[in-house]
Ligand binder design. Sequence first.
Ligand code: HAX
Length: 433
Amino acid sequence: MATLQERFAALVPEMRKRVGAVQKELGDKVISGVTVKQAYGGMRGVKGMICDTSVVEPDKGLIIRGYPLLEIKDLWPEEIFYLLLTGEKPDKEATEALQMDLAKRSYVPEYVWDVLQSMPPDSHPMCMLDTAILVMERESAFRAWYDKGMKREDYWIPMLEDALRLLGVLPVIAAGLYRIRFGKGDPIDYMPNLDWGANFARMLGLPDPTGDFAKLMRLYLNFHSDHEGGNVSANTCHTVGSALSDAFYAVSAGLNGLAGPLHGLANQECLNWILEVMERFGGVPSEEALRDFAFETLRSGKVVPGYGHAVLRVTDPRFAGFNEFGKQYLPNDPVFQTVDLVFQVVPKVLKEFSDERVKAGKNPIANVWPNVDAGSGALLYHFGLTEFPYYTVLFSVSRAMGMLSQLVINRAQGTAITRPKSVSTEWVKQQAG
Ligand code: HAX
C-alpha cells in the first residue's frame, strides 16, 4: 500500500473536485440559522464550518471517517492518523512506513530542552508543551516554502511535512517534559523499532513489566485523537491555520485552548475530584456519601468535572471504552472503583439538580452523562502516572493528530480564512427587537 504522503497526494485532486462541486451546486443553500441565544451562547449548534475527519453525533459520540469509535478502538494511534487524513485504514506496510517516518523525525533540538529546563519549576506542563512547540516554529517547512514563494495548490505539501515533524517530536517532548517537570531524570530517547504509542509509554520511564501501560497509552492516544471541528482546540487551530500561520503556531494555539478546565484540563480536575471524595470518606465511598458529596459540589456553584458535554447526549463511547479497559485490567483498584461508582450515582444527581435549576428559572443541564475525561485519569493513576497536572499533555499529543490532519486537509482544499461577523448588543436590540 502507498505511504501516507503518496496516498494523500493521490487523493488531493478528487478531494478538491468534490469540495468544488458541492460549493458550486449547493453554495446558496441554507444549512443553519442563529438565534440571539446562540450568538451569546458560544455559537452552540450553529453549523458554520466544515470538518471531514470526524463527526460527533449527540446520540452516538465520535465517528471517525464513518467508523464509530469503539469499532476501531484496537487501531494504533498512527493508524488512526492515516485514517483521519485519508479516510482509509492503512495496511501493515503503510503503517510501518509511517512509523519509520515518525521515528526519523523524532529528534528534539537541544534548545527545546534548554527552554524547558529553564522554565520556572511551577510552570504548568501544558504551558511547557505549548512553549516547546512554539520555539520549534523556526523549523517550519511551510514558512520556509512560503517565504521562498509557493503556489497555493502546493500549500498542503509542506503542511504535511510540518505535521509529520510535529507528530514525530511530540511524544518525545511530552515525555521529556514529564521527566524534567516532575524530577524523574533525563529525557529518554525514541526507539525506532517501537510503535508510536508504546514509545510514548516507554519514554515516560514508568515501570511496565506486563506491557499493559503501553496498551493503555495506545488506547488513550487513539481515543483522544479528534472530536470534529467545532470544539475549542480544533476550532482555534483551524482559525489560526486559516490565516496561513504554520502548524507550529496553529497547534500551539489550539492546545492553549485545550488547557482550559472546561475542555481538556477537565481530566486533571476529574481525578482531583475523585481523590477528594476518597480522602473525605477514607476510600471508596458509599452511594449515599457520594451522592451528598456531589450535591455539595454542585450547591457550592462548581461543576462535577467529567460530566456533561456541549454536543453529546449519551455516555461518551470513549468513557465506555476506558471503563471496559479498567474492568479488564484493574478491577480491584479503589480509584477505578470510585470512578465506576460515580458513573452509577452522578447522572441521577445531575438530573435532580438540573430539575431544581429549571424550577429556579435556570437552564437545564443538557447532558448528565460522563464525557471522556471522567475515567481516563484513574487508569493513568493506577500505572503510576500520578501527577495529574500532566494529564492534559497526554490528551494534547493525541489531539494533535486531529488538529494536524484538519490543517493539512484545509490547505489541500484551499479553505478560506475564517472571518465570521460579530454584532454589537445594541445591534441585536435594534434588529431582533
Ligand atoms: N456540573 C454542573 N453543572 C453543569 C455540568 C456539570 N457537569 N454540565 C453542565 N452544567 C451546567 C452549565 O454550567 C450550565 O450552567 P449555566 O447555565 O448556569 O452557565 C448549564 O448546566 C447548561 O449547560 P449545558 O448546556 O448542559 O452545557 P454546555 O454546553 O454549556 O457546557 C460543558 C458543556 C462540558 C462545558 C459542561 O457540561 C461542563 O462544564 N462540564 C464539566 C467540565 C467538563 O467535564 N469538561 C470536559 C468536557 C469534554 C471536553 O471537552 N474534554 O476536553
